[in-house]
Ligand binder design. Sequence first.
Ligand SMILES: Nc1ncnc2c1ncn2[C@@H]1O[C@H](COP(=O)(O)OP(=O)(O)O)[C@@H](O)[C@H]1O
Ligand SMILES: [Mg+2]
Length: 219
Amino acid sequence: MIRFENVGLRYDMGPEVLRDLSFEIRRQSFQFLTGPSGAGKSSLLRMLFLALKPTRGLITVLGRDAATLSRADLPSIRRRIGVVFQDFRLLEHMSTYENVALPLRVRGKDESSYRQDVIDLIKWVGLGERLNASPVVLSGGEKQRAAIARALIDQPDILLADEPTGNVDPPLARRLLRLFLELNRTGTAVVIATHDLALMEQVDARRMVLADGRLEIYD
Ligand SMILES: Nc1ncnc2c1ncn2[C@@H]1O[C@H](COP(=O)(O)OP(=O)(O)O)[C@@H](O)[C@H]1O
Ligand SMILES: [Mg+2]
């Protein structure tokens, strides 16, 4: 679904942060992306989301060479990729419901066609009581789940999550992990960037490990 070939990345005139990355994210696969702070996990996720261009190498997303995509092509590809950013990026003047519904609204869908799906998904992530609350009054864990619901509402082929358990206690982290596994079982490929070893130990999943700019993969 996504393929990297000899991808390298540097910021401005700095050293190469990522070097010679070659890997594939397969349809319906589940993997952790790990490595110490500063290893390049967030940078790699940004490249997977086509929000950052590699300095060299080839990225193919859903069969298309990322370098040849125009700005106009991006929305239709990104719609198939759900992202949970580390800082959530929820809109504070909107309710949980409106935040989660936003991708569908932006797409011009009629609210009557999705209203119940949005409510059901918000309940599924355990925020049924917070439907009309502003993100301002949500706890860190609640914001995390709202961001996850927004990433999932348009049924992406792939979910990218950057430290999705970074703000929650271990029981909630385990619950979120179960949520990702359940999502994966329904057919979505999942990439979770994390340096939470306790979290990774709970699942026998593929690990993509970044260190010193290079990637090692343990299937
Ligand atoms: N926008 C940026 N400009 C310059 N350097 C950056 C930028 N973003 C990240 N870096 C650098 O790239 C390296 C990898 O960062 P990052 O991808 O955030 O790692 P991680 O998510 O694993 O902590 C770090 O050395 C960081 O300082
Ligand atoms: Mg990061």
